[in-house]
Design a protein. Sequence first.
Length: 122
Amino acid sequence: MFEGIATAILALSQPPVIGIIILGTIIGLVAGVLPGLGNVQAMAVALPFTFGMDRITAIYFLSSIASSATFGGSITAILINIPGTPANATTVFDGYAMTKRGEADRALAISATASAWLQPFP
């Protein structure tokens, strides 16, 4: 069981894998910002690109898309009162109210922190 964790950490230290994670994060953010396009749809579109990848690299790629799409949806929910993904429907209530009070940067920081800490733990 623990040898799999060591393999994943070793793969994470390689520069091509870090580049794939950055690419997946950008794709996820764009998918989250566009209303109606969520993390599941973005992962379905990106799935054919993973067929030629190593298994661990593909999992990192799809995981970065899934986790960053949720934060991308909160950007539109906070700034313009339109949730980008269904997971951000409740972000509209408090986030947009903070934007109207001039605290948009604080609302985005709270959302980014929550997405970074809570996404891997369902």
